[in-house]
Design a protein around this ligand. Sequence first.
Ligand SMILES: [Zn+2]
Ligand SMILES: [Zn+2]
Length: 199
Amino acid sequence: MTDEQREDREEFERCADFHGHVCPGLAVGYRAAKAGMAWLRQHRAEDEEMVAVVETDACGVDAVQVLTGCTFGKGNLIHRDYGKQAFTLLDRTTGKGVRLALKGGALALDDEHRVLLRKIREGTATEEERETFRHRHRRKCDQILAAPFEMIFSLEPVDVEPPAGAIIEDSVPCEACGEPTMPSKMVESAGRRLCRGCL
Ligand SMILES: [Zn+2]
Ligand SMILES: [Zn+2]
């Protein structure tokens, strides 16, 4: 194993530790984050002002968070609920970056794998089927990690309006529960300013 391969494996293991399991979706996020960061490095030096825009809220986002350091808490992880395995990394100051989208079929499971997945979700899989599933899942994951990037992803430079930074505002009490709430997140209902939890 070369130093680079060893480093790759360690990075992937860090993602798996954070995510809690190894799965094909995690491998997808891993490949996208690595390629996106390499692209940013190639096109500019700094990535301190990086923002990640993710179009899924599934497994892959955990790899993106570990590798890019973009998190919800820092306000530089933005979720667009499009249900697509697509990830954009960009420079907040310029709005320039790259969008990486999984190609059709790249994550497709064969019939046997799909049946096993269904049985596991339904809780009807035998121990032997669970073992087979783990094996198949790991193999799919390895395939995604080893595939030539352009075979499984499309890569497109983007130049967008830089996303706004985190908003800091003074909380006000919700008029129903009394809990301090960001005014911009509150909703007016029958003359009262309410948090969305109470609405
Ligand atoms: Zn997963
Ligand atoms: Zn409330």
